[in-house]
Design a protein around this ligand. Structure first.
Ligand code: C2O
Ligand code: CU
Ligand code: CU
Length: 490
């Protein structure tokens, strides 16, 4: 059936009161204004070309309200936290005119996007820092659909913690058919640390021990608010793209008994096939694309909570669950229960014969003199690191062993990878990842294929205190593999 025929049939069935399972959500099923308490502001495209999105971003301190009557002078993009959501179609060109009006240098890094190195936003590796009062233009073609995000890469624990981050949604228009759910939310999870007097807390509380643990903010935020509300129709499916933009915190989402998350996508677009999960765990930097179908009596409230997740020593004691979203059910008849879409994506597992083996150990050390701690990769912090060497087109298998007492969500810039199981085979459903949790005292293997974008690409723990405390290194990508092999022969 052609797609226009399929739409026509769907329309006829809908008109007859029979909804086919897949195209069921072409129209909103939610009450009017259902998401007005939570919807993100979007960046304004000032370019008339339908395939170019051109926006202005100004980083500056601005007063924001995180809960009724609770205001703080945060660090913002265009005056809001999160910053404006960027919405593009896959293949679009994005131009961002960035002005830094912060009291410190900054940059913008496009987390998860496979773009050229000079657009990656990392001082010392790919660009100079943008000094206060200066500007920089980011300009690139967006290669992959999925949910991504952006944030600075200068003093990132402090700057992200102060409010600098935003969602980056890359839409694939064909998903309107294949996923077919009109009611969508982009959910940015984060936290902010406020002092007693309500101002931003110092980003280095607790000195090197605070760094070792990874500081969390004392106010959990969902799209920049404490426990925002949502008005929902019982039984009607919603598609959520969830981003963990917190500087250290993990989230373990729970919608209550009988409420699964149907995961259809991860870091880098749709996964090989959808699968239901009772809980959804996101380490710092990770994303998920899920379908949920909350149910409840009209007027009752269902709460999306974050459960305690063990990310290592001291991370679960004396702590509470966090209420993230309060969903109130509208006074409407429940949406009839029909089946949620099952999605599929053609993906090939990497063939790993002949892949280069790389061993990485995530380590911690204490300075015998001043007793301060630092993290490292293979026992050296980033200021002494020797990059991993890779050739254009090379496939590598990384064996990452975490010898420390804390988990590390490890993030590689510029490339996707596949996580491998115990037997060394890619985990099914296949999923493109750019950030993966390496639990404390465990080993995770992953396979990465480097393409034709030479440069020095960093990888680091996305607990941003850990990255600044040493847990960061780089891949130096140069020369095509064939040329390199020929060179060795001579
Ligand atoms: Cu979110 Cu260096 O990255
Ligand atoms: Cu990144
Ligand atoms: Cu870490």
């Amino acid at each position: 059936m052609t797609s226009s025929n399929r739409r026509r049939v769907a329309w006829l069935l809908a008109a007859a009161g029979v909804l086919p399972p897949v195209a069921a959500g072409a129209q909103s099923l939610q009450p009017a204004g259902w998401d007005s308490g939570i919807r993100l502001a979007e960046a304004v495209d000032r370019n008339p070309d339908p395939d170019i999105v051109e926006v202005d971003f100004e980083a500056a301190v601005a007063r924001v309200e995180i809960a009724p009557g609770v205001e703080v002078d945060a660090w913002t993009y265009n005056g809001t936290i999160p910053g404006p959501m960027i919405r593009v179609k896959v293949g679009d060109r994005l131009i961002v005119h960035f002005t830094n009006n912060l009291p410190r240098p900054s940059t913008i890094h496009w987390h998860g996007l496979r773009i050229p190195i000079d657009m990656d936003g990392v001082p010392g590796y790919s660009q100079d820092p943008v000094e206060p009062g200066d500007t920089f233009t980011y300009d690139f073609v967006v290669p992959d659909a999925g949910i991504y995000w952006y944030h600075p890469h200068v003093m990132s624990a402090a700057q992200v913690g102060f409010g600098l981050y935003g969602a980056f949604l890359v839409e694939d228009p064909s998903e309107t058919e294949t996923v077919g759910i009109a009611d969508e939310l982009v959910i940015v999870l984060s936290d902010i640390d406020l002092a007693e007097d309500g101002t931003l807390a110092s980003p280095d509380t607790g000195g090197s021990v605070g760094m070792l643990f990874g500081r969390e903010g004392n106010n959990v935020l969902v799209n920049g608010r404490r426990t925002p509300g949502l008005l929902a129709r019982s039984g009607a499916p919603q598609r959520w793209r969830v981003i963990n933009a917190a500087k250290s915190r993990y989230f373990m989402l729970d919608l209550g008994e009988g409420h699964a998350f149907r995961k259809i996508g991860g870091d880098g677009g749709l996964v090989e096939f959808s699968e239901d999960h009772e809980f959804l765990v996101l380490g710092a930097g990770e994303r998920a694309d899920v379908i949920v179908r909350p149910t409840g009596e009209p007027g009752s409230v269902r709460v999306l909570r974050s459960l305690l997740h063990d990310r290592g020593y001291g991370s679960t004691e004396f702590r509470d669950l966090e209420d993230l979203i309060e969903m109130t059910f509208a006074d409407l008849p429940a949406h009839p229960v029909d089946t949620l879409p099952q999605t599929r994506r053609e993906m090939e597992p990497y063939v790993l014969d002949g892949a280069t083996e790389v061993s990485l150990e995530l380590t911690v050390a204490q300075d015998p003199g001043d007793k301060s701690f630092s993290y490292g990769v293979n026992h050296v912090p980033f200021w002494q690191a020797q990059p991993v060497v890779a050739r254009l087109g090379e496939t590598q298998v990384w064996t990452v062993t975490n010898s420390t007492d804390w988990s590390h969500p490890l993030h590689l810039h510029g490339f996707f990878f596949m996580v491998l199981d115990e037997a060394g085979e890619p985990v099914r459903p296949l999923e493109w990842k750019d950030t993966v949790d390496i639990p404390h005292h465990r080993t995770v293997r992953l396979a990465v294929r480097f393409d034709e974008r030479p440069g020095t690409w960093i990888f680091h723990c996305h607990v941003l205190d850990h990255a600044e405390g040493g847990l960061l290194s780089a891949v130096h990508l140069e020369l095509p593999l064939e040329e390199f092999r020929n060179m060795l022969k001579h």
